[in-house]
Design a protein around this ligand. Structure first.
Ligand code: ADP
Ligand code: CP
Length: 321
């Protein structure tokens, strides 16, 4: 796809939480770089909506409150995971708003940035509340993880060959509460940051919203958002340039493209790790199925522009009729 063909297109860009570094300072640096890439897209006439992950960050915030609340002298209250989730959304979104505004100024882009704290509706009976799948927080060795699990009562799991992490419930997002606000802001010409950390999950009963302690997968929420704002392209940016078959094995093979039926077959073979690559592929399939004509790309931040032009990354498209 030529750059000129991207002019006027709506693109939802999902930034991986694991690509945001481990400290606020590191995150700010990475977001400055990310904002350069996003600003280039905006300058080319693309209507960008940005979503972001929060797995490592929400784990750190939760851990900080856990440790501090156990210190009798510190006078820090325990903090529910749902509120830690909201804090991560606020702090990542706030840093990104700042770095985007600075980059727009540098590149003479006259666009407003709006950060929308976002909630997503989930089903209170989602089986994910029993079978925890979402890795959050720092990576540990297996021994460290087992000690941590014994001390805290938390569940831990190996994460895609990268180490062990705490896992929490990750219910499937059904709807985005602030969707109309996001749409209105887009119509007004804002570059919108929304659905951070997959959104704060709420259950709704008789119209009453109740936040729940879970972390929604931001790629699944991004797919709903992309479909509901009629995006042309969903771009999922993570740490790898492409999706692989036999990931991490000597037989590893990069995928340039997958039709939906191929993606489903690979998912059935267990090619994509739950909690990491699997929800990304599921999200892409969900988007291109819900929005025929839509394209989805998984690639790394550094390859975002080339991925948008179809020159790299793994493209997911609907089956040919
Ligand atoms: N089949 C696969 N192909 C590519 N990467 C995979 C695959 N299976 C698991 N992964 C891992 O999934 C990671 C992306 O998931 P994750 O780190 O959770 O995403 P995020 O960037 O959104 O935080 C990749 O960096 C890689 O380590
Ligand atoms: N909430 C979420 O999906 O975060 P990560 O992208 O960090 O896993």
């Amino acid at each position: 796809m030529l750059q000129s063909e991207l002019d006027g297109k709506r693109v939802v860009v999902a930034l991986g939480g694991n690509a945001l570094g481990e400290t606020p300072g590191e995150q700010l640096k990475l977001l400055e770089n990310t904002s350069k890439n996003l600003a280039h897209m905006v300058k080319e006439g693309i209507n960008v909506v940005v979503t972001h992950g929060n797995g490592p960050q929400v784990g750190i915030i939760d851990e900080a409150f856990e440790v501090a609340s156990k210190d009798k002298d510190a006078q820090v209250p325990p903090m529910p995971l749902s509120d830690c989730n909201a804090m991560s959304q606020g702090y990542i979104g706030a840093q990104l708003s700042c770095t985007l505004r600075n980059e727009f100024r540098r590149q003479d882009i006259m666009r407003e940035v709006a950060n929308v704290p976002t909630h997503v509706v989930v089903d209170a009976d989602d089986p994910a509340f029993k079978d925890y799948e979402k890795p959050i927080g720092a990576f540990m060795t297996e021994t460290e993880a087992r000690v941590f699990a014994k001390a805290t009562g938390y569940q831990v799991r190996e994460d895609s060959g990268r180490g062990w992490r705490r896992v929490v419930p990750s219910p499937v997002p059904q709807d985005i509460v602030e969707l109309e606000t996001v749409r209105d802001l887009m119509e007004d010409g804002c570059v919108v940051i929304a659905a951070g950390g997959g959104g704060i999950p709420v259950t709704v009963r008789d119209g009453v919203h109740t936040a729940v302690d879970a972390i929604v997968d931001k790629d699944l929420t991004s797919a709903i958002l992309a479909w509901r704002v009629r995006a042309d392209i969903l771009v999922i940016l993570t740490a790898v340039e492409k999706v692989y078959l036999d990931f991490g094995k000597p037989t590893q093979k990069a995928l340039d493209a997958m039709a939906v039926s191929e993606a489903r077959a690979y998912m059935e073979q267990g090619q994509f790790a739950p909690g990491s690559m699997l929800p990304k592929v599921q999200a892409c399939v969900k988007f291109v199925e819900a929005h025929p004509g839509g394209r989805a790309v998984i690639t790394s931040l550094d390859h975002a522009a080339a991925g948008l032009r179809g020159e790299t990354g793994t493209l997911i498209v609907a089956d040919e009729k």
